[in-house]
Design a protein around this ligand. Structure first.
Ligand code: 164
Ligand code: MG
Length: 317
């Protein structure tokens, strides 16, 4: 990677934080994140703990870009966000939506392991009664026949995010249902995100700054993909969300609400969370609090080692 800062430079300001969450999301109730400071501000390194070092190193590249280069030039002052509804019981949907004041779009998680299709139908129906636009996210958990059955049972939605695991399956589902299909994992975890375009597998691209290697990488990919973009969080702290909001604010065209309101899922954050007001958040730089919810010294050492290894990978790129 060009202009890679020295690893000791990164480690000098590194803080390893453990952020408690309001509800279980992605199977976790505490989100660990690393933040560090560079000449342009703060950056985040928070790849999910199960990711290997090669995948995690893109997240480090994104944090370094934020801290050493800063945000791209914005073309808009506000970014509309969607409410993110975890796989909660239907009677809790109202309380979740209340955490996203003014949001007119909700993304509802479906296909949660251990739950049934009727749980999904009920949760989505509850959201539909309360908010104008509803999209769903299956996180690649359905087979093609399951996706077709579930989408028919759930009814029309704004889009279905990542119904199945592969690009080929997304393309099959897309041809079989009337709701639009969005690709997330097929872009952020793929060796070639453009396969989604080549296979005509999606109507919408969900792009996440940290897994895709940074704000400018997302802007370049958005330009190549030539389809509507949704910038979404990677369950980042306020530092990572700041990079997501800056990216969304710099996109030449943005017609859909972005998944950048996930600060509402945290009890504690490293800086004031991006909580929507009137359904939008404003681009801003973020400086972490003096007193941070620090992780244990064991976990801090684990993260510092991981950062060192990922830095080593970036040094070879
Ligand atoms: O898009 C949103 O509304 C919020 C972000 C979000 O849903 C996710 C963030 C990070 C990891 C994922 O499991 C999840 C997603 O799949 O989109
Ligand atoms: Mg998703």
């Amino acid at each position: 990677m060009r202009d890679l800062p020295d690893v000791d430079d990164l480690l000098r300001s590194t803080r390893v934080c453990a952020l408690p969450m309001r509800t279980k999301f992605r199977g976790i109730t505490t989100r660990e994140v690393v933040v560090f400071e560079g000449p342009a501000g703060w950056g985040e390194f928070s790849p999910f703990v199960e990711y290997d070092d090669v995948e995690a190193s893109s997240w480090l590249a994104a944090g370094i870009e934020a801290a050493y280069l800063g945000a791209p030039t914005p073309v808009r002052d506000v970014v509309e966000i969607n409410a993110t509804v975890p796989a909660v019981p239907a009677d809790q949907v109202r309380a979740v939506l209340a955490c996203y004041p003014g949001a007119t779009t909700a993304k509802v998680k479906v296909a949660e392991p251990g739950q049934s299709l009727s749980d999904d139908v009920d949760r989505v129906a509850a959201a539909r009664e309360l908010i104008p636009h509803v999209r769903i996210d299956a996180n690649a958990k359905w087979t093609v026949p399951q996706a077709i059955e579930a989408i028919a049972a759930i009814g029309d939605v704004q889009y279905v995010e990542q119904p199945c695991a592969t690009v080929e399956e997304l393309a099959l589902v897309r041809r079989a249902v009337s709701s639009p299909i969005a690709a997330d994992e097929s872009i952020r975890r793929a060796s070639d995100p453009m396969r989604v375009v080549a296979h005509d597998a999606a109507d919408v691209a969900v792009l996440k700054v940290a897994p895709l290697g940074g704000m400018r990488a997302v802007l370049r990919l958005a330009e190549q993909m030539k389809m509507p973009i949704v910038v979404s969080s990677a369950l980042d702290s306020a530092v990572g969300i700041s990079a997501g909001v800056a990216t969304a604010a710099a996109l030449p065209t943005l017609d859909l609400a972005c998944g950048l309101g996930t600060g509402a899922l945290f009890v504690d954050d490293v800086a004031p969370s991006f909580i929507p007001d009137g359904g939008v958040v404003l681009p801003r730089a973020v400086t972490p609090f003096e007193a941070l919810p620090l992780a244990s010294s064991e976990r801090a050492e684990w993260w510092r080692d991981r950062l060192r290894r990922c830095h080593g990978i970036l040094a070879t790129r």
